[in-house]
Design a protein around this ligand. Structure first.
Ligand code: NAP
Length: 340
Protein backbone atom coordinates (compact mmCIF):
# COMPACT_ATOMS: atom_id res chain seq x y z
CA UNK A 1 0.00 0.00 0.00
CA UNK A 2 1.26 3.47 -0.89
CA UNK A 3 2.08 6.03 1.75
CA UNK A 4 -0.57 8.67 2.19
CA UNK A 5 0.37 12.11 3.45
CA UNK A 6 -2.28 13.84 5.57
CA UNK A 7 -1.96 17.58 6.05
CA UNK A 8 -3.05 19.96 8.84
CA UNK A 9 -4.03 17.12 11.18
CA UNK A 10 -5.58 17.83 14.58
CA UNK A 11 -3.45 16.00 17.19
CA UNK A 12 -5.73 16.70 20.18
CA UNK A 13 -7.14 13.18 20.22
CA UNK A 14 -3.75 11.66 19.36
CA UNK A 15 -2.09 12.70 22.65
CA UNK A 16 -3.30 11.43 26.02
CA UNK A 17 -2.95 14.88 27.64
CA UNK A 18 -5.57 16.04 25.13
CA UNK A 19 -3.73 19.30 24.52
CA UNK A 20 -4.31 21.09 21.22
CA UNK A 21 -1.70 20.83 18.47
CA UNK A 22 -1.79 20.44 14.72
CA UNK A 23 0.59 18.51 12.49
CA UNK A 24 1.46 20.12 9.16
CA UNK A 25 2.04 16.63 7.83
CA UNK A 26 1.26 13.16 9.14
CA UNK A 27 1.91 9.72 7.69
CA UNK A 28 0.50 6.47 9.09
CA UNK A 29 2.74 3.42 8.67
CA UNK A 30 1.27 -0.07 8.92
CA UNK A 31 4.18 -2.29 7.87
CA UNK A 32 7.98 -2.22 8.33
CA UNK A 33 8.16 -1.97 4.54
CA UNK A 34 6.17 1.28 4.61
CA UNK A 35 8.61 2.66 7.18
CA UNK A 36 11.47 1.86 4.83
CA UNK A 37 9.55 3.37 1.88
CA UNK A 38 9.08 6.52 3.93
CA UNK A 39 12.79 6.81 4.63
CA UNK A 40 13.69 6.17 1.00
CA UNK A 41 11.03 8.56 -0.33
CA UNK A 42 12.67 11.37 -2.38
CA UNK A 43 10.63 14.11 -0.65
CA UNK A 44 9.36 12.70 2.66
CA UNK A 45 12.59 10.84 3.41
CA UNK A 46 14.59 14.00 4.05
CA UNK A 47 12.05 15.67 6.35
CA UNK A 48 12.66 15.53 10.12
CA UNK A 49 10.28 13.03 11.72
CA UNK A 50 8.44 12.84 15.01
CA UNK A 51 7.30 9.33 15.88
CA UNK A 52 3.97 8.96 17.60
CA UNK A 53 2.60 5.73 19.04
CA UNK A 54 -0.30 5.99 21.46
CA UNK A 55 0.58 9.61 22.27
CA UNK A 56 0.80 8.78 25.97
CA UNK A 57 4.37 9.96 26.41
CA UNK A 58 4.37 13.13 24.32
CA UNK A 59 3.46 16.61 25.47
CA UNK A 60 2.92 19.15 22.70
CA UNK A 61 3.83 22.70 23.70
CA UNK A 62 3.64 23.91 20.09
CA UNK A 63 2.61 22.63 16.70
CA UNK A 64 5.26 20.11 15.67
CA UNK A 65 7.33 21.22 12.74
CA UNK A 66 8.51 17.71 11.96
CA UNK A 67 6.42 15.31 9.95
CA UNK A 68 4.48 13.13 12.39
CA UNK A 69 4.85 9.40 11.75
CA UNK A 70 2.01 7.50 13.37
CA UNK A 71 3.14 3.90 13.84
CA UNK A 72 0.19 1.52 13.43
CA UNK A 73 1.99 -1.76 12.67
CA UNK A 74 -0.26 -4.62 13.87
CA UNK A 75 0.35 -8.29 14.65
CA UNK A 76 1.16 -10.66 17.48
CA UNK A 77 2.67 -14.09 16.78
CA UNK A 78 4.49 -16.82 18.66
CA UNK A 79 7.90 -17.27 17.05
CA UNK A 80 9.36 -19.85 19.41
CA UNK A 81 8.05 -22.08 22.14
CA UNK A 82 10.37 -24.44 23.98
CA UNK A 83 10.93 -25.66 27.52
CA UNK A 84 12.74 -22.46 28.55
CA UNK A 85 10.43 -19.78 27.17
CA UNK A 86 7.80 -18.65 24.71
CA UNK A 87 8.96 -15.86 22.44
CA UNK A 88 6.40 -13.58 20.81
CA UNK A 89 6.87 -11.02 18.07
CA UNK A 90 4.65 -7.97 18.36
CA UNK A 91 4.04 -5.12 15.91
CA UNK A 92 4.97 -1.69 17.23
CA UNK A 93 1.44 -0.36 16.76
CA UNK A 94 -0.24 -2.91 19.02
CA UNK A 95 -1.60 -1.37 22.21
CA UNK A 96 0.51 -2.39 25.20
CA UNK A 97 -2.38 -3.30 27.48
CA UNK A 98 -4.12 -5.19 24.65
CA UNK A 99 -0.93 -7.23 24.26
CA UNK A 100 -0.78 -8.08 27.98
CA UNK A 101 -4.44 -9.18 27.84
CA UNK A 102 -3.72 -11.25 24.69
CA UNK A 103 -0.83 -13.10 26.36
CA UNK A 104 -3.03 -14.13 29.28
CA UNK A 105 -5.90 -15.15 26.98
CA UNK A 106 -3.37 -17.42 25.22
CA UNK A 107 -2.02 -18.95 28.44
CA UNK A 108 1.26 -17.02 28.24
CA UNK A 109 1.97 -15.39 31.62
CA UNK A 110 4.91 -13.09 32.32
CA UNK A 111 3.70 -9.55 31.51
CA UNK A 112 0.82 -9.28 34.01
CA UNK A 113 2.55 -6.74 36.29
CA UNK A 114 2.66 -4.36 33.33
CA UNK A 115 -1.12 -4.39 32.78
CA UNK A 116 -3.01 -1.15 32.14
CA UNK A 117 0.04 0.84 31.04
CA UNK A 118 -1.11 3.18 28.26
CA UNK A 119 0.75 3.47 24.97
CA UNK A 120 1.90 1.13 22.24
CA UNK A 121 4.34 -1.77 22.11
CA UNK A 122 6.72 0.30 19.97
CA UNK A 123 6.91 2.99 22.63
CA UNK A 124 7.51 0.52 25.46
CA UNK A 125 11.27 -0.03 24.87
CA UNK A 126 11.93 3.70 24.50
CA UNK A 127 11.45 4.38 28.14
CA UNK A 128 11.70 0.80 29.33
CA UNK A 129 8.24 0.85 30.89
CA UNK A 130 7.99 -0.67 34.32
CA UNK A 131 5.55 -1.28 37.14
CA UNK A 132 5.17 -3.38 40.26
CA UNK A 133 8.69 -4.76 40.24
CA UNK A 134 8.88 -5.72 36.55
CA UNK A 135 10.27 -3.73 33.65
CA UNK A 136 10.17 -4.31 29.93
CA UNK A 137 13.92 -5.02 29.86
CA UNK A 138 13.24 -8.18 31.92
CA UNK A 139 11.26 -9.60 28.98
CA UNK A 140 12.89 -8.20 25.81
CA UNK A 141 14.71 -10.60 23.51
CA UNK A 142 15.24 -8.08 20.70
CA UNK A 143 13.84 -4.97 19.04
CA UNK A 144 13.53 -4.32 15.29
CA UNK A 145 13.91 -0.73 14.12
CA UNK A 146 14.36 1.10 10.85
CA UNK A 147 17.38 3.40 10.77
CA UNK A 148 16.08 6.77 9.59
CA UNK A 149 19.33 7.62 7.85
CA UNK A 150 19.98 4.46 5.88
CA UNK A 151 16.47 3.00 5.70
CA UNK A 152 17.88 -0.35 6.87
CA UNK A 153 15.96 -2.61 9.22
CA UNK A 154 18.19 -3.51 12.17
CA UNK A 155 17.69 -5.95 15.02
CA UNK A 156 19.05 -4.96 18.42
CA UNK A 157 19.28 -7.61 21.10
CA UNK A 158 18.36 -6.66 24.67
CA UNK A 159 21.96 -5.79 25.59
CA UNK A 160 22.33 -3.47 22.61
CA UNK A 161 19.17 -1.58 23.68
CA UNK A 162 21.09 -0.32 26.79
CA UNK A 163 18.07 -0.43 29.01
CA UNK A 164 18.23 1.59 32.22
CA UNK A 165 15.72 2.88 34.71
CA UNK A 166 12.97 4.29 32.40
CA UNK A 167 15.70 4.71 29.83
CA UNK A 168 17.20 3.10 26.73
CA UNK A 169 19.36 3.69 23.68
CA UNK A 170 16.18 4.82 21.84
CA UNK A 171 15.84 7.72 24.28
CA UNK A 172 19.55 8.55 24.13
CA UNK A 173 21.87 7.96 21.15
CA UNK A 174 19.08 6.77 18.82
CA UNK A 175 16.56 9.48 19.77
CA UNK A 176 14.93 10.70 16.57
CA UNK A 177 17.17 8.42 14.51
CA UNK A 178 15.10 5.25 14.25
CA UNK A 179 11.56 3.93 14.22
CA UNK A 180 10.81 0.76 16.19
CA UNK A 181 8.76 -1.61 14.04
CA UNK A 182 8.44 -4.69 16.27
CA UNK A 183 9.49 -6.09 19.62
CA UNK A 184 10.26 -9.70 20.51
CA UNK A 185 9.39 -10.61 24.07
CA UNK A 186 10.63 -13.66 25.94
CA UNK A 187 8.22 -15.10 28.49
CA UNK A 188 10.30 -17.46 30.64
CA UNK A 189 9.18 -20.90 31.84
CA UNK A 190 8.32 -21.83 34.47
CA UNK A 191 6.37 -18.68 35.23
CA UNK A 192 7.23 -17.08 38.56
CA UNK A 193 5.05 -14.37 40.10
CA UNK A 194 6.54 -10.97 40.94
CA UNK A 195 4.82 -9.90 44.14
CA UNK A 196 7.36 -7.68 45.92
CA UNK A 197 5.38 -4.42 45.78
CA UNK A 198 3.39 -3.54 48.90
CA UNK A 199 0.21 -2.59 47.02
CA UNK A 200 0.04 -6.05 45.46
CA UNK A 201 0.86 -7.86 48.70
CA UNK A 202 -1.83 -5.83 50.51
CA UNK A 203 -4.36 -6.57 47.79
CA UNK A 204 -3.87 -10.34 48.00
CA UNK A 205 -3.78 -10.30 51.82
CA UNK A 206 -7.10 -8.43 51.75
CA UNK A 207 -8.80 -10.88 49.39
CA UNK A 208 -7.19 -13.88 51.13
CA UNK A 209 -5.20 -15.26 48.17
CA UNK A 210 -1.81 -16.68 49.18
CA UNK A 211 -0.51 -17.80 45.77
CA UNK A 212 -2.16 -15.75 43.00
CA UNK A 213 -1.98 -16.88 39.40
CA UNK A 214 -1.05 -14.54 36.54
CA UNK A 215 -4.67 -13.67 35.76
CA UNK A 216 -5.27 -12.68 39.37
CA UNK A 217 -2.15 -10.48 39.33
CA UNK A 218 -3.35 -8.88 36.08
CA UNK A 219 -6.76 -8.16 37.63
CA UNK A 220 -5.14 -6.80 40.81
CA UNK A 221 -2.80 -4.47 38.90
CA UNK A 222 -5.72 -3.18 36.80
CA UNK A 223 -7.84 -2.62 39.91
CA UNK A 224 -5.05 -0.84 41.82
CA UNK A 225 -4.07 1.34 38.88
CA UNK A 226 -7.67 2.27 38.06
CA UNK A 227 -8.24 3.30 41.69
CA UNK A 228 -5.03 5.36 41.85
CA UNK A 229 -4.55 6.81 38.39
CA UNK A 230 -6.84 9.10 36.43
CA UNK A 231 -8.27 7.73 33.17
CA UNK A 232 -6.81 9.80 30.28
CA UNK A 233 -10.16 9.50 28.48
CA UNK A 234 -11.71 11.46 31.35
CA UNK A 235 -8.84 13.63 32.59
CA UNK A 236 -5.96 14.13 30.16
CA UNK A 237 -2.62 12.89 31.52
CA UNK A 238 0.48 10.92 30.57
CA UNK A 239 0.85 8.69 33.63
CA UNK A 240 3.91 9.54 35.72
CA UNK A 241 5.22 12.95 34.70
CA UNK A 242 8.44 12.73 36.70
CA UNK A 243 11.02 9.98 36.96
CA UNK A 244 11.88 8.75 40.43
CA UNK A 245 15.29 10.34 41.12
CA UNK A 246 18.26 8.11 41.85
CA UNK A 247 20.84 9.44 44.34
CA UNK A 248 23.95 8.07 45.98
CA UNK A 249 24.09 6.94 49.62
CA UNK A 250 25.69 10.18 50.85
CA UNK A 251 22.97 12.38 49.38
CA UNK A 252 20.25 10.02 50.56
CA UNK A 253 21.66 10.05 54.12
CA UNK A 254 21.90 13.85 54.12
CA UNK A 255 18.23 14.12 53.10
CA UNK A 256 17.31 11.44 55.64
CA UNK A 257 18.77 13.55 58.46
CA UNK A 258 16.35 16.38 57.70
CA UNK A 259 13.44 14.23 56.50
CA UNK A 260 13.56 10.86 58.31
CA UNK A 261 10.20 9.80 56.83
CA UNK A 262 11.39 10.05 53.19
CA UNK A 263 10.51 7.03 51.00
CA UNK A 264 13.57 5.47 49.36
CA UNK A 265 14.54 2.08 47.95
CA UNK A 266 18.08 0.63 47.71
CA UNK A 267 19.21 -0.32 44.20
CA UNK A 268 21.59 -3.12 43.28
CA UNK A 269 24.33 -0.65 42.33
CA UNK A 270 24.41 0.87 45.84
CA UNK A 271 22.39 3.97 44.90
CA UNK A 272 18.90 4.79 46.16
CA UNK A 273 15.69 5.48 44.30
CA UNK A 274 13.58 8.17 45.95
CA UNK A 275 9.80 8.21 45.48
CA UNK A 276 9.18 11.39 43.48
CA UNK A 277 5.50 11.34 44.45
CA UNK A 278 6.51 11.57 48.12
CA UNK A 279 8.85 14.52 47.42
CA UNK A 280 6.08 16.39 45.55
CA UNK A 281 3.51 15.65 48.23
CA UNK A 282 5.95 16.86 50.91
CA UNK A 283 6.22 20.17 49.04
CA UNK A 284 2.44 20.58 49.26
CA UNK A 285 1.81 20.25 45.52
CA UNK A 286 -0.46 17.17 45.54
CA UNK A 287 -3.88 18.25 44.26
CA UNK A 288 -2.77 21.84 43.53
CA UNK A 289 -3.59 23.57 40.26
CA UNK A 290 -2.01 26.30 38.19
CA UNK A 291 -4.72 27.49 35.82
CA UNK A 292 -6.17 24.54 33.93
CA UNK A 293 -3.30 22.16 34.76
CA UNK A 294 -3.07 20.37 38.09
CA UNK A 295 -1.16 17.83 40.10
CA UNK A 296 -3.57 14.92 40.49
CA UNK A 297 -5.28 14.81 43.87
CA UNK A 298 -4.75 11.03 44.22
CA UNK A 299 -1.29 10.63 42.74
CA UNK A 300 1.32 13.41 42.97
CA UNK A 301 3.39 12.01 40.07
CA UNK A 302 0.59 12.58 37.60
CA UNK A 303 -0.11 15.98 36.06
CA UNK A 304 -3.58 16.39 34.60
CA UNK A 305 -5.33 18.59 32.07
CA UNK A 306 -8.44 19.75 33.92
CA UNK A 307 -9.97 20.79 30.62
CA UNK A 308 -8.68 23.07 27.91
CA UNK A 309 -5.09 23.33 29.21
CA UNK A 310 -2.34 23.93 26.71
CA UNK A 311 0.91 21.99 26.73
CA UNK A 312 2.68 25.16 27.84
CA UNK A 313 0.41 25.42 30.91
CA UNK A 314 1.29 21.87 31.86
CA UNK A 315 5.01 22.59 31.50
CA UNK A 316 4.62 25.75 33.62
CA UNK A 317 3.06 23.61 36.35
CA UNK A 318 5.75 20.94 35.97
CA UNK A 319 8.48 23.58 36.28
CA UNK A 320 6.87 24.98 39.44
CA UNK A 321 6.70 21.51 40.97
CA UNK A 322 10.29 20.82 39.96
CA UNK A 323 11.45 24.11 41.48
CA UNK A 324 9.64 23.39 44.76
CA UNK A 325 11.32 19.98 45.03
CA UNK A 326 14.70 21.44 44.10
CA UNK A 327 14.53 24.17 46.70
CA UNK A 328 13.31 21.88 49.52
CA UNK A 329 15.40 18.76 48.82
CA UNK A 330 18.12 19.94 46.41
CA UNK A 331 16.98 17.34 43.87
CA UNK A 332 16.18 18.08 40.26
CA UNK A 333 13.28 15.99 38.94
CA UNK A 334 13.42 14.80 35.34
CA UNK A 335 10.36 14.77 33.07
CA UNK A 336 9.22 11.37 31.75
CA UNK A 337 7.22 12.56 28.73
CA UNK A 338 8.88 13.89 25.64
CA UNK A 339 8.13 17.63 25.35
CA UNK A 340 7.69 18.73 21.73
P1 NAP B 1 3.94 2.95 44.82
O1 NAP B 1 3.68 1.50 44.85
O2 NAP B 1 3.08 3.88 45.60
O3 NAP B 1 5.46 3.25 45.13
C1 NAP B 1 6.01 4.57 45.01
C2 NAP B 1 7.35 4.46 44.30
O4 NAP B 1 8.21 3.68 45.08
C3 NAP B 1 7.19 3.79 42.96
O5 NAP B 1 7.44 4.73 41.98
C4 NAP B 1 8.16 2.62 42.98
O6 NAP B 1 9.21 2.76 42.05
C5 NAP B 1 8.80 2.65 44.34
N1 NAP B 1 8.60 1.35 45.00
C6 NAP B 1 7.52 0.92 45.66
N2 NAP B 1 7.71 -0.30 46.14
C7 NAP B 1 8.95 -0.67 45.78
C8 NAP B 1 9.73 -1.84 45.98
N3 NAP B 1 9.25 -2.89 46.67
N4 NAP B 1 10.97 -1.87 45.44
C9 NAP B 1 11.45 -0.84 44.75
N5 NAP B 1 10.75 0.29 44.52
C10 NAP B 1 9.52 0.38 45.03
O7 NAP B 1 3.93 3.41 43.30
P2 NAP B 1 2.73 3.84 42.35
O8 NAP B 1 2.99 5.22 41.96
O9 NAP B 1 1.39 3.44 42.87
O10 NAP B 1 3.04 2.96 41.10
C11 NAP B 1 3.03 1.56 41.14
C12 NAP B 1 3.86 1.04 40.02
O11 NAP B 1 3.32 1.44 38.76
C13 NAP B 1 5.28 1.56 40.06
O12 NAP B 1 6.14 0.52 39.71
C14 NAP B 1 5.28 2.66 39.05
O13 NAP B 1 6.55 2.83 38.44
C15 NAP B 1 4.28 2.17 38.04
N6 NAP B 1 3.67 3.31 37.36
C16 NAP B 1 4.26 3.80 36.26
C17 NAP B 1 3.68 4.89 35.62
C18 NAP B 1 4.30 5.52 34.42
O14 NAP B 1 3.64 6.29 33.74
N7 NAP B 1 5.54 5.28 34.13
C19 NAP B 1 2.51 5.47 36.12
C20 NAP B 1 1.98 4.95 37.26
C21 NAP B 1 2.56 3.86 37.88
P3 NAP B 1 9.14 2.26 40.53
O15 NAP B 1 8.42 3.34 39.81
O16 NAP B 1 10.57 2.18 40.15
O17 NAP B 1 8.44 0.95 40.47
Amino acid sequence: MDLRLETDVDLTSLNSFGVPARARALVRVRTPRQVRQLVDHPDLGVRPKLVLGGGSNTLFVKHPESMVVKVEIPGISVVRDDTAATVIDVGAGVGWHALVAWTLDHGLPGLENLACIPGTVGAAPVQNIGAYGLELADRVESVDAVDLTTGRLVTLDAGACRFGYRDSLFKQALAGKSIITSVRLRLPKPWTPVLGYADLARHFARIGVAAPDARQIFDAVCEIRRAKLPDPAVLGNAGSFFKNPVVNRTIRNEILEDFPEIVSYPLEDGNFKLAAAWLIDACGWKGRALGRAAVDAHHALVLVNRGGASGAEIVTLADAVREAVRSKFGISLEFEPFVV
